[in-house]
Design a protein around this ligand. Structure first.
Ligand code: GDP
Ligand code: ZN
Length: 386
């Protein structure tokens, strides 16, 4: 197959268009097309080998040539790569195209290095069950997590006020059939909207299919991941989005009798309504958020107020001239938001402290100092009776 003639035509008719191929990737790939390499998107990685969807089908390729020093640059589900042309044996991934975004989790090991869970994500869909009472604090933490992914070479969030620089979060209130009263449902949506300014909040019943069309229209143009607590309805939603027919179709496409194409489970799937869904075991486990970078965006209104505080290291606890406390006082800022903000900061310090020895040492000094100060204050109160 003459691939370059294909790529010269419109990208929407490209065999990889279903998987997110666009003009940007085409431009990135151009030099490799000249070398006769094939473009592809990684659907699964398994011990140095990966499954790559290419214009000629799914191939299994060795990642030996692109093993980096930096664990963040290890080939990952969602990556766009250049692979050897069909018929090469063995078949190698020759290069990794620069990532637009990466969803990274900091590891719990001693080294504070991250682990890449998925790449080139456009939407982080946060699935929240309406079967249980809404926990707005938890939604905030998931939003912070959604915003904490880092973009290719540079951090994504240069602006604290826009979601545009990285993956866009979308909140899906699932199992909406369990809240039959439309007024109640509207109130719940409103609560979440206040918690997540600027973030689309949708209601979906995967059971009845209500709201699926809106979700498909929202994420249809890009690559999504589903986050949420266990039991939130992610698998049901994924199945509803995928449709069983599609799974069968994709399995059939893999078969060509050459033994190189694979039929193993995929972690990256094209949605029939448009768009791509990435679902890796690593992403499934993501529950706790663990990056500070997302906090500013989730609480942008607090960060904005904080700029007006008299002291620029203001902790917004009891400092004079604190604009955040003033905001609570005059009703601009709900107190609950400030509480969540504080909780998130505290929690994050703790998680960071678990993984970062330097921060841990600093915190320990801080706690010791505070402890000593507290003790001194107590003793002063008691009148230093010793
Ligand atoms: P996951 O752990 O996030 O993947 O959640 P699951 O998709 O496994 O769903 C957890 C439970 O919620 C299952 O018992 C589902 O049948 C149920 N569930 C999922 N979606 C819906 C829905 O739209 N309506 C109702 N009533 N139940 C749902
Ligand atoms: Zn302040």
């Amino acid at each position: 197959m003459n691939f370059s003639s294909l790529s010269a035509s419109s990208t929407s008719s490209h065999p990889l268009a279903l998987y997110g191929w666009d003009e940007g990737w085409e431009a990135e790939f151009a030099p490799y097309a000249e070398q006769g390499l094939l473009p592809g998107r990684v659907v699964r990685v398994d011990r140095g080998l990966c499954d790559v969807i290419t214009p000629v089908g799914t191939v299994r390729a060795d990642t030996e040539f692109v093993v980096p020093r930096d664990p963040m640059k290890v080939v990952c589900t969602g990556d766009w790569v250049a692979v050897d042309p069909e018929g090469s044996d063995p078949l190698y991934v020759r290069t990794l195209l620069p990532r637009r975004t990466a969803f990274v989790r900091s590891t719990s090991s001693k080294r504070s290095e991250g682990q890449v869970l998925a790449t080139n994500i456009d939407y982080v869909v946060i699935c929240v069950s309406l079967a249980v009472e809404l926990d707005l604090g938890r939604i905030e933490r998931f939003l912070a997590l959604a915003m904490s992914g880092s973009g290719g070479e540079a951090p994504l969030h240069t602006s604290a006020l826009s979601w545009e620089s990285g993956a866009q979060p979308v909140v899906v209130l699932s199992k909406a059939d369990l809240v039959p009263d439309p007024v109640t449902l509207a109130h719940l949506v409103q609560d979440v909207e206040t918690t997540a300014p600027g973030v689309p909040v949708l209601t979906v019943s995967a059971l009845h299919g209500d709201g699926l069309d809106v979700l498909v229209a929202t994420v249809g143009g890009g690559t999504s991941v589903l986050l949420g607590q266990s039991g939130a309805g992610k698998s049901t939603l994924a199945n509803a989005l995928l449709g069983e027919d599609v799974m069968d179709v994709q399995a059939a496409r893999d078969v060509d009798g050459k033994g190189r194409h694979t039929t193993t489970t995929r972690n990256l799937l094209a949605l029939p309504g448009g768009g791509v869904l990435i679902d890796t075991p690593g992403l499934r486990g993501v529950g706790l958020w663990d990056a500070e970078t997302g906090v500013g965006q989730v609480f942008s209104e607090i960060e904005e107020l904080a700029r007006e505080c008299r002291f620029h290291d203001c902790a917004h606890e009891s400092e004079p001239g604190c604009a955040v406390l003033a905001g609570v006082e005059n009703g601009d800022l709900p107190f609950r938001r400030l509480e969540s903000y504080r909780k998130l900061i505290r929690e994050n310090q703790w998680i960071t402290a678990k993984t970062d020895a330097r921060v841990r040492a600093e915190l320990r000094r801080d706690w010791k100092r505070k402890g000593a100060e507290g003790k001194a204050a107590m003793e002063a109160k008691r009148g230093r009776w010793r």
